[in-house]
Design a binder for this molecule. Sequence first.
Ligand code: ZN
Length: 341
Amino acid sequence: MQEDPIASSNGIKINAGSFRILFDPTSGRRLGEDWNVFITHAHSDHTYGFATSARKHSTPETLRIYESLSNRKVKNERTVRIGERVEFDDVEIRVLDAGHMLGSSQFHLITPEFTALYTGDINCVDTLTTKPAQPVPCDFLIIEATYGHPSYVFPRRDTIYADIIRWTMTEIRADRLPTFQVYSSGKPQDIVRLFNVYTKIPVVCSPAISRANHAHNENGFRLEYLDSSTADGKRALKERGCVYVTTTRRDHVPRNASRALATGWALREAFRSFTAFPLSSHADYNQLLQFIAGARPKAVYIFTGYIDVLSAQIERKLGIKAGRLPAHAQTKLLDFPKSAA
Ligand SMILES: [Zn+2]
């Protein structure tokens, strides 16, 4: 049976020529050295490929953030900068900016038979740490749809930034510790930069976030913050008058904290004991439709999020065939570890 050129199987599997290529493996399943994995960004649900024996391709920023957060040294890696390309005979993979976090990338696949664009996670507006993702024309577009529902249209980013600063100042005046609980990389650095650029409020960050901050500073940022594990960081938290950025682990939160979340879900969901701001690193519904229209693909494949809702909207509004990725070739992959030796 003829294989689909692109299939969903432990990530996005590309059947192009004799090369074994996977974008963003979705599990730590064993992959031998004859596989080429491409990792879009440093969020943990996209970095399983770094733990395999395969040849690993990512931007240097993604590799650096992953290594600093995992305390691991990645072997058999090849870094590729945004704007550069990797060639496998007559197959070419170009690395484009995804706008989702520092180092995040999209992969533009060019083969003699077809072109495809795999977005990974994308964001299409300016943030304080990223530039918007741009679409490129392609035959097949493989895109996320985390917020691919008409009810997710985010307010302007500067409005959200202003709301965050206003709330923080109110909490400080009330002698509480405004505390943002977020993932370690991406959004926290946007929040640190927000306070650095627009206020004089000192920012204290938990150790994991401080490590990701450091990786950002090595890549040209000038994030100013105190690590909560240092004497200065501890003193600032005690004296208050600062903002605290920490991870989602409960035990990191001091008693006098007034807790906040920054997530796109805040648009429609209430979070008990949190103030929630709809600050997202993902494209909203309008951004997704605009991006797809710009790529002008023959077909759209959606790998996560509101797959059915967005597919129907794409077909109705843009007249483009859309749906989930074909998921065969599973057997071949499952057999792979035995024949790989
Ligand atoms: Zn992500």
